[in-house]
Design a protein around this ligand. Structure first.
Ligand SMILES: *Cc1c(COP(=O)(O)O)cnc(C)c1O
Length: 416
């Protein structure tokens, strides 16, 4: 498939020059002497408008003090509706931006199993916080070991639910380690046919691949806003509850922001009507201000165009992998079909940890490491250039081919 000279840097530069979404990069804040950043799947870069919005929110705090709550109280729902329309393929009144993914997953999983006997099914390779939260709910937790890629298929989910004794299936749409993408509508239908509810984790999907919660027939979902949605470190997460389920489910956290008539300060908890019943406590207004500009940028660029750019970038990374890295001992852990993966590419090598440290310390390239043997290369479609992919993978090839990575300190660190 690759034409002569197709692995040259000049081709990467030409791809950048011809890309219809090359302009989005200028909307972000950059430093002089910038690193090659291939970790936007862990923490997205700051949009310049987000930094301005945080400053403006600070000024509002200064000027309005407690009176600011007249507007602020609507923000979790307002940003949720914007996100629903722009990124999640969901109608209004079904998405709330609040709490962390961990807390939202707990709230929705606990609400879904309440009054519904049966086990919980998740992937054996599910993100740790998801597995930990599910394991803490006091139900049998069945971990699916997918046969092919690291995302379970609809058939595998159907088999896991075949006994009719499963209450909830909780899966990542895009797997955090392999980058494999699950067939969400087929899995949702397979679980429903067996009487189970599916809770989707969209942390690695939102802002990277097409998501159509309403069209999928999805019931529940959660996801992260500091990865491809560029909301900033610790930005609040989102939750989705399909409209017709909202009044049948109750949050296990009976917080006053989910109370029907909050400022009546009544004696007993009574859940609000609609999506707001899944709120818990006071929303983080400064952090919410940082999320909105990126969603507006996504609306301007178009989610389909962004997802298409993601496919071009990951295709290109795999092309370089085939030409450079596979011959010297790396393995591709990500599915090859563009519609079966997200926006990161996972490269397997027994020395992955030292390769990552060497990339950061010696090559000014920032990927991340995922235990035990994955170099994860994130190609955030709003900010990554083809020339960044080239620079990052060329540095990896160099470290591997020369063995220079062996010279870095292999001591473990708290954050990988
Ligand atoms: C990033 C991520 C999380 C993060 O959870 P927090 O509560 O925000 O720390 C959870 N699940 C998945 C699948 C993720 O990728």
């Amino acid at each position: 498939m690759a034409a002569q000279g197709s692995l040259s840097r000049s081709r990467a530069v030409a791809l950048d020059a011809g890309d219809p979404l090359a302009w989005t990069r200028d909307r972000f804040a950059w430093d002089a002497g910038e690193v090659v950043y291939l970790d936007g799947n862990s923490l997205g870069r700051p949009p310049r408008a987000a930094l301005e919005a945080v400053a403006a929110a600070g000024l509002q705090w200064q000027e309005r003090l407690v009176r600011g709550w007249d507007d602020w109280i609507e923000r979790p729902r307002g940003v949720g509706d914007l996100l629903a329309e722009t990124v999640l393929g969901a109608g209004e009144g079904q998405v709330l931006v609040c709490d962390s993914v961990t807390v939202n997953l707990f709230k929705l999983a606990a609400a879904a199993i309440h009054g519904r006997p049966g086990a919980i099914v998740c992937s054996a390779d599910e993100f740790p916080t998801d597995r930990y939260v599910l394991a803490g709910l006091g139900r049998e937790l069945r971990e699916l070991r997918a046969a092919s890629s690291e995302t379970p298929t609809a058939d595998e989910v159907a088999r896991a639910c075949a006994g009719g004794d499963v209450a909830v299936v909780c899966l990542s749409h895009v797997a955090y380690r392999s980058g494999g993408r699950a067939d969400a509508p087929a899995i949702t239908a397979a679980a429903r046919a067996a009487g189970a509810i599916v809770l989707w984790d969209l942390s690695h999907s939102a802002g990277s691949v097409p998501v159509s919660l309403d069209a999928w027939g999805a019931e529940l979902a959660v996801g992260c806003t500091y990865k491809y949605l560029c909301g900033g470190p610790g930005a609040p997460a989102f939750l989705y509850v399909r409209r017709d389920l909202q009044d049948r489910l109750r949050s296990p956290i009976q917080g006053w922001f989910g109370q029907r008539d909050q400022f009546a300060m009544g004696p007993a908890y009574e859940p609000a009507a609609g999506i707001e019943r899944f709120a818990a406590g006071t929303p983080p207004i400064l952090a919410l201000a940082a999320i909105e500009p990126a969603i507006r940028l996504i609306a301007e660029a178009g989610m389909d165009a962004i997802a298409a750019r993601r496919a071009r970038l990951t295709d290109y990374a795999i092309e370089l992998f085939d030409g450079w890295l596979e011959p010297i001992g790396m393995e591709l852990a990500t599915p090859r079909a563009a519609d079966r993966r997200g926006a990161h590419v996972a490269l397997r090598h027994p020395e992955a940890w030292r390769l990552c440290r060497a990339l950061i310390e010696r090559s000014r390239v920032v990927p991340d490491f995922r235990t035990p043997d994955i170099v994860r290369v994130g190609l955030a479609p709003l900010t990554t250039r083809f020339s960044d992919v080239w620079d990052g993978l060329a540095a990896l090839r160099e470290l591997l081919a020369t063995g220079a990575y062996r010279e870095v300190d292999a001591a473990p660190r708290r954050v990988t």
